[in-house]
Design a protein around this ligand. Structure first.
Ligand code: ASP
Ligand code: MG
Length: 418
């Protein structure tokens, strides 16, 4: 059996949905489990809605109206007005109506997951209905009963044993009856609350299913020809890799390459399942095959850009050196607050760390260190990681910018730029 994943960009409009059906049709002799993300930029829009709701802003209603309209316009292109999918989608959106009528719960991350998850619940309803309408028999699966997580909202940790049991017990029989479509990015807790697996987590969903079902391969259908050496949004003359080793792909995603979610590769590597990255507009193209341990010759460096970074510097308030005890204390506090370190450096008197700037929780994070450390920070920075770099690449990328931190090892160079 095969696992397919369609990201938001590939289902951003009616044409995307018809194209999804076209791709599935070309593989209709296979057993397929199809993972779909929220349509287009819906997750961002639902994030904005969540924030407006928690802030008590009156915009919440117009933001919600825009999200609904965006979906209804797409649906009007795909279905006649009497199609039952309109009720299914309305019944899914109504969950948000119920939530925003109430006073917000005090756990932001909890509210976030209950609201933001609606994007995938709706997109999969639409895609399932369209596949069925096209004669491609498909069952809609609520992933929250299959991917079980703890209750770390916005970054649910997958409970593998329970997940493996649910998936392997029920899904193979469903796949015998037709295609199965389910939501990327979501999980469920033992109390039946919805969790999310971290932004862009639908790839990870595909990899979890593939691992539990012993899939032949996972294909992620993208709006790029495969894995490129740099993001074509920011760089010209990019090159596509035909093959990449699991380890190189892990390194790239770890440093922030957005083409694949960082948690995706490991479960596939453990089960030796290849990950194919293919362009959704050209299903027969070769794309990139990630698997094994053979790498291409890196004729051009791999460049990974992470924007909206903050560089935090911590110095002990007692003016002592940074000792191992300080480091252990600092890391303990970061771990307790789910902070992901993008790069870091120590000096005698301070410890610096570059992290993603999450505005809503940043104040809280700084306060965590206030008792024992002097905290300084710079926001609005860019972190550039270059793998297989040449001397000139770093200079070229840093031109006209202030370098706040630089770190160079044999294969990887990183700079934090202002
Ligand atoms: N829709 C979610 C996001 O945009 C998950 C995903 O796209 O993979 O983060
Ligand atoms: Mg998305």
């Amino acid at each position: 059996m095969l696992v397919f994943k369609f990201g938001g960009a590939s289902v951003k409009d009616a044409k995307g949905i018809t194209n999804l059906a076209n791709v599935v049709d070309q593989y209709k002799d296979n057993q397929l489990l199809i993972v779909v993300s929220a349509m287009g930029k819906t997750t961002n829009a639902l994030e904005a809605l969540t924030k407006a709701y928690v802030d008590g802003s009156e915009h919440v209603h117009s933001l919600f109206e825009d999200i609904k309209q965006y979906h209804y316009i797409i649906m009007a292109e795909l279905f006649e007005a009497t199609h039952p999918v309109f009720d299914e989608v309305a019944n899914t959106f109504v969950e948000i109506d119920w939530m925003i009528e109430e006073e917000p719960h005090d756990d932001y991350d909890f509210i976030y997951d209950q609201i933001v998850s609606i994007g995938e619940l709706v997109s999969t309803r639409i895609a399932a209905a369209y596949l069925n309408k096209s004669g491609l028999k498909t069952q809609w699966l609520d992933v929250r009963g299959y991917i079980h997580t703890d209750n770390t909202y916005r970054e649910g940790t997958v409970l593998w044993d329970k997940t493996r049991e649910s998936i392997s017990k029920n899904v193979p029989a469903l796949l015998q009856k037709g295609f199965v479509i389910t939501q990327g990015f979501l999980g469920g807790t033992s109390e039946n609350f919805t969790t999310t697996l971290g932004r862009e987590g639908s790839d990870y969903t595909a990899s979890i299913f593939a691992s539990c079902l012993g899939a032949e391969s996972v294909t992620t259908w993208k709006d790029v020809p495969g894995v490129l050496n740099a993001d074509p949004k920011y760089f010209e003359d990019t090159v596509k890799f035909d093959v990449l080793s699991y380890n190189e792909a892990i390194e790239m995603t770890y440093y922030g390459a957005t083409v694949i979610h960082p948690k995706t590769i490991k479960p596939l590597q453990n089960a030796n399942i290849p990950l194919l990255v293919k362009p959704f507009g050209d299903p027969t193209a070769q794309g990139t095959v990630i698997g094994g341990n053979v790498n291409p010759v890196f004729e051009k460096p791999v460049i990974i850009l992470k924007q909206n970074q903050v560089l935090l510097s911590l110095s002990p308030k007692d003016y002592s050196f940074i000792t191992e005890n300080h480091l252990s204390d600092i890391f303990g506090r970061f771990a307790a607050n789910n902070v992901k370190v993008n790069t870091m450096q120590t000096s005698a008197l301070s410890f610096s760390i570059c992290i993603d700037h999450k505005e809503e929780s940043f104040g809280k994070l700084i306060a965590v260190f206030d008792d024992a450390y002097k905290v300084r920070y710079n926001t609005g920075l860019t972190l550039i990681t270059v793998r297989h770099y040449g001397e000139t690449t770093l200079k070229y990328l840093s031109r006209g910018k202030t370098v706040l931190l630089e770190q160079v090892s044999r294969n990887t160079a990183q700079v934090v730029l202002k």
